[in-house]
Ligand binder design. Structure first.
Ligand code: C2E
Ligand code: CA
Ligand code: CA
Ligand code: CA
Length: 276
């Protein structure tokens, strides 16, 4: 791919064709970004569904490109996966998120931190050691770490994944199935996974305005209850969605209604505001 009118954003498009040239360009830029700390974690509020008080945050990575400005992870995560840089990126996110959450704990905010794991990271045999190291170094109790893996990743080679999940679980961390409902779940595997939470995908929450969307959400919530899993719903933007989820036993809510992903300083302000 040729550079087009200096618009290098083209390089990071998720659906672009990968070729040697742009992979190398991306690798160089991303590697430099990691060194220069152009990558930054944003934190999105998670609240208790009934009290609407803070219970946690999801850490979401942003690339603050020197000339291109803020680049969405939807654009650069897939390419980071393809180039192998996802391992350094994932390691960075894991350590930053745990360090920052330990700081919030010292300030009296006992919140849980949701951390997204890529497929490569999940399958790295060094993952458990990395998490253990970050926990010890920062003095954060492991039960406040919630590792998110997507439903698609979890169900692909489920038998093998159960072993990895059990290893992670032995650290005392919480585990979530992310983007639940967007892939195929086998109930028998879901039942055997040592997971704590299901994160209902935003697509379902958006459909709560429709009758059919409501019955689907009710089914997911009932199933989660029977499996004794906590449900975190993503993408709540209005009161209709909020009321429905409260009424049907969803425990944790996340969405623009409570706060967009924000920088750590803004998230601290948000915590202090709600805990007055
Ligand atoms: P995800 O894990 O499903 O994260 C939730 C996405 O929904 C975030 O997009 C968040 O900003 C967005 N969202 C939350 N509430 C609302 C809402 O009310 N309305 C709307 N319109 N959107 C909402 P974001 O931050 O752009 O991240 C996109 C994806 O990139 C994430 O989806 C995740 O798959 C990936 N990602 C982000 N950070 C990391 C990371 O550190 N590591 C890995 N492996 N993946 C990451
Ligand atoms: Ca997630
Ligand atoms: Ca999600
Ligand atoms: Ca998603």
């Amino acid at each position: 791919a040729k550079q087009q009118g200096g618009n290098r954003y083209e390089f990071y498009h998720a659906d672009m064709k990968l070729n040697t040239e742009n992979i190398l360009q991306l690798e160089m830029d991303l590697r430099r970004a990691l060194e220069r700390e152009e990558l930054e974690l944003y934190y999105q509020p998670q609240v208790d569904a009934l009290s609407l008080k803070p219970v946690g945050a999801e850490a979401l990575i942003r690339w603050n490109h020197a000339t291109q400005g803020l680049i969405s992870p939807a654009s650069f995560i897939p390419l980071a996966e393809a180039t192998g840089l996802i391992e350094a990126l994932g390691d960075y996110a894991l350590n930053q998120a745990i360090k920052q959450t330990a700081e919030w704990h010292k300030q009296g905010h006992q919140i849980t931190i949701g951390i997204n794991l890529s497929s490569k990271q999940f399958n790295q045999h060094t993952l458990i050691g990395q998490i253990q190291h970050a926990i010890e170094k920062n003095g954060l109790a492991s039960q406040y770490i919630d590792l998110e893996i997507t439903e698609t990743l979890a169900m692909n080679d489920a038998e093998h994944n159960i072993a990895i999940l059990n290893g992670l679980k032995a650290l005392g961390v919480k585990l979530s199935i992310d983007d639940f409902g967007t892939g195929y779940s086998s109930l028998s595997y879901l039942h055997r996974f040592p997971v704590d939470h299901l994160k209902i995908d935003r697509a379902f929450v958006q459909n709560l305005d429709l009758e059919t969307g409501q019955s689907l959400a009710r089914t997911i919530l009932a199933m989660a209850q029977s499996l004794q899993l906590t449900v975190i719903a993503e993408g709540i933007e209005n009161t209709t969605q909020e009321s429905f989820l409260q009424k049907h036993g969803c425990q944790i809510l996340q969405g623009y209604k409570y706060g967009k992903p924000m920088q750590k300083e803004a998230f601290s302000d948000w915590l202090n505001h709600y805990n007055r």
